[in-house]
Design a protein around this ligand. Structure first.
Ligand code: AMP
Length: 192
């Protein structure tokens, strides 16, 4: 069983790389953003609360996210290994993930950080906006600026946590998708 975290700012290509890893290694992508968007779409109590936080570019409370992951990880389809996409985003979430995996007799093998400059992400979103390719209510330049701020204030704090346990691998996410995929797959290969 291989467990991987894909880490990176919003729009860095975590979803695209997750899908590639899913096909190549038979791992399952677990995207907390997708799970929350499903809650929003079905209009659940959590979805209503989540939508206002997501549209403001903020982060949901740790206990909500940890509970969500715990419930999902226990499902049989995830037994061959998981690609965590969008989780953890804070140090308490990172610690909780290690505990949850340990309790299940597993471990987190690698954290792959996709590095992309903020200016590039903003340029891409402005282009999508100009071409009317925006499909999500939190996918616009104003919200992206707030999501990037949350990433730099909270999520990057998990980097030293993973560095100190030798699990952090950085890949330049500004390269063409196939080159990023090749490097990401080479890292995962060493754990297969
Ligand atoms: P994503 O699709 O991963 O960029 O997530 C979209 C939004 O969902 C984020 O901007 C947050 O508002 C929320 N979200 C997703 N994952 C988490 C998490 N692990 N912790 C807190 N909030 C999250």
């Amino acid at each position: 069983m291989i467990n991987i975290v894909l880490l990176g700012p919003p729009g860095a290509g975590k979803g695209t790389q997750s899908r590639i890893l899913q096909e190549k290694f038979g791992l399952f992508q677990l995207s907390t953003g997708d799970m929350l968007r499903a809650e929003v779409a079905s209009g659940t109590e959590l979805g209503i609360k989540a939508k206002s936080i997501m549209d403001a570019g903020g982060l949901l409370p740790d206990e909500v996210m940890i509970g969500m992951i715990k419930d999902r990880m226990s499902r049989p389809e995830y037994s061959s290994g998981i690609i965590f996409d969008g989780f953890p985003r804070t140090v308490p979430q990172a610690e909780a993930l290690d505990h949850m995996l340990m309790d299940a007799g597993h471990q987190l093998d690698a954290v792959i950080q996709l590095t992309v400059d903020d200016g590039i992400l903003l340029g891409r979103i402005r282009k999508r906006e100009a071409e009317s390719h925006i499909t999500r209510s939190d996918d616009n330049p104003d919200v992206l600026i707030k999501r990037l701020a949350a990433y730099h204030a909270q999520t990057v704090q998990i980097i030293p946590y993973y560095q100190s346990t030798n699990r952090l691998f950085a890949v330049d996410g500004m390269q063409p998708i196939e080159d990023v995929a090749q490097q990401v797959c080479a890292i995962v290969e060493t754990f297969a």
